[in-house]
Design a protein around this ligand. Sequence first.
Ligand SMILES: Cc1ncc(COP(=O)(O)O)c(C=O)c1O
Length: 377
Amino acid sequence: MNINDIQSFVPQVRTLMGPGPSDVHPRISAAMSRPTIGHLDPQFVSMMDEIKVLLQYAFQTKNELTIPVSAPGSAGMETCFVNLVEPGDKVIVCQNGVFGGRMKENVTRAGGVAVMVEDEWGHAVDPQKLEDALKAHPDAKIVAFVHAETSTGAQSDAKTLCEIAHQHGCLTIVDTVTSLGGTPIKVDEWGIDAVYSGTQKCLSCTPGLSPVSFSDAAVDKIKQRQAPVQSWFLDLNLVMGYWGSGAKRAYHHTAPINTLYALHEALVILKEEGLENAWARHAANHQLLKQGLEKLGLEFIVREQDRLPQLNAVTVANGVDEAEVRSRLLNEYNLEIGAGLGALAGKIWRIGLMGYASNPKNIMYCVGALETILKKD
Ligand SMILES: Cc1ncc(COP(=O)(O)O)c(C=O)c1O
């Protein structure tokens, strides 16, 4: 590559109907291009306070420690594990897809001992298996699971899983990267102790931030740690010096200022629509997509009652070149859908209906394009 040939990067406009990122709302893109101000500027600090209140609304929590981590969902995941898991802690990790596997990695790297509770990919986490594991491991301290498994489109019953964990004296860590804003999450009512999400899915925001929230019990465990948190950047004791309450904020790192404008706008849009309305919209659009896909003979891999409305995983028929179909959608229709991950690679498509992208126009476009391509195949 000759450096003299390189010019400004102007991507094609795509329709993003994969597992994320999803289409960014134009109001959010506009917010992002507003003037950058200092990250300790009083104007900025009061916007940070608004973000905290708006995130409390999105997560349905009164947790004081509710903030966006300045990095993508994986960093929110890591924030939960490095702060809550101390060396030697036993953590029950329920795995029913790719992202549960990452939780195990996080536990081990934080010096904890992961006990895996496995469910078939495409199934919800089985509460009975969790109960059995907790009985077999009465010394477990934490239960972790993915609420919305993006790799399969399965949704687990977070309320029941948290109830079981608490009955056995465990704290809970819940991945809601794909659920926040798309399907109900009630952090306080369900008793979630540590929760993380992402901005690039049902919030229709740009990628790069991870909203997190911690209950008082979780904060107590962090405060009582014997060993310091092994990550300096993600140590909540330090991060709170910047995101904590009161006018006095100390420099920790330079916040991604314009990305935070974007998150603020995304959360204002969510508040304007209303959480319940956003959940209902995702549910209704899922039904519309389902009708269209089933007319094309495509079958869902997740049983109906466990399906995520915002992530629709369907089986690729025998003889169809799944990668070729996706590349034709991208090249001929500027439309992105997702491939299968891990054990499901090559076997499924994952069609996202997230946030701003969850609308009937996109559904008609996607189903129409798939119909044309599959007919010719
Ligand atoms: C369920 C789940 N957890 C964690 C992540 C990681 O988030 P990120 O890619 O923003 O780091 C993703 C990303 O798709 C996800 O779907």
